[in-house]
Ligand binder design. Structure first.
Ligand code: Z5A
Length: 212
């Protein structure tokens, strides 16, 4: 069976990093070779771009530069890690992918969708995840959780309205593509969120094997 790409998305404090480790163990326990990565990042170039783009002392970064930096990191990740893994038949689990650019740079910063779609076509090589788990929760709740982590980065320092637009954009994308997205209510207890995320993976695997 060919490889597949799974992405984990969500707003601040949604619990992506926390749930990722459980998902990794859950998938690997089924004998699947899995590469785990993150965006922006995942390659030497991408991690350097991440440091730059999240640097809180970097003021006045224009929305266009931010969008291009996200896609510069993504272009490298797709070609260096994701495509080769998928071609080997491995699975890739990524902490964020292009939906984050639609949500943050599109919804949050107001960059036109068509511009992002264009970048998606050539810079991300038209690659879309086979499954996207959207960890969704009210903005205030997520921010309260994220605040406990310490000093916010440049994007985390945005106002609540910015994150309202990000959330609305994620939800609108999920509603438009119900076959690819699973919305997981991450306002619940962590154990329930983990169970729901693992159940979504099981459902996806079952559908995939019955289709093959
Ligand atoms: N970004 C972008 O703008 N455009 C793009 O194209 C891409 C990214 C790809 C970095 O992303 C930034 O890049 C991000 C979007 C932007 N900026 N913001 N904001 P990131 O994914 O690396 O960073 P992050 O958004 O800060 O997420 P994270 O570190 O992966 O984690 P998280 O989802 O926010 O949550 P967490 O660290 O797993 O959990 C937060 C805390 O809550 C922690 O103490 C947990 O123990 C706790 N927690 C988690 N779940 C629960 C539950 N269920 N109950 C109670 N407490 C919980």
């Amino acid at each position: 069976m060919s490889g597949c790409l799974i992405s984990l998305e969500g707003g601040e404090g949604a619990g992506k990093s926390t749930v990722l480790a459980d998902l990794r163990a859950h998938i690997e326990a089924r004998g699947i070779v899995l590469r785990v990565t993150r965006e922006p990042g995942g390659t030497a170039l991408g991690e350097s771009i991440r440091d730059l783009v999240l640097d809180g002392s970097m003021q006045d970064v224009c929305a266009e530069s931010e969008l291009l930096l996200m896609f510069a990191a993504r272009a490298q990740l797709v070609r260096e890690l994701i495509r080769p893994a998928l071609e080997r038949g491995d699975w890739v689990l990524t902490d964020r992918f292009t939906d984050a650019s639609y949500a943050y740079q599109g919804g949050g910063r107001g960059q036109p969708k068509e511009r992002i779609a264009d970048l998606e076509r050539w810079a991300a090589d038209g690659l879309r995840p086979d499954l996207t788990l959207l960890l969704d929760l009210p903005v205030e709740m997520g921010r309260a959780r994220a605040d406990k982590r310490g000093v916010p980065d440049r994007i985390e320092s945005e106002q609540a309205e910015f994150f309202d637009r990000v959330r609305a954009s994620y939800r609108a994308r999920a509603e438009k593509e119900p076959g690819r997205f699973r919305i997981i209510d991450s306002s619940r207890e962590l154990a329930e969120v983990r169970d729901a995320a693992c159940a979504a993976i099981d459902q996806f695997m079952a559908a995939r094997s019955s289709a093959s």
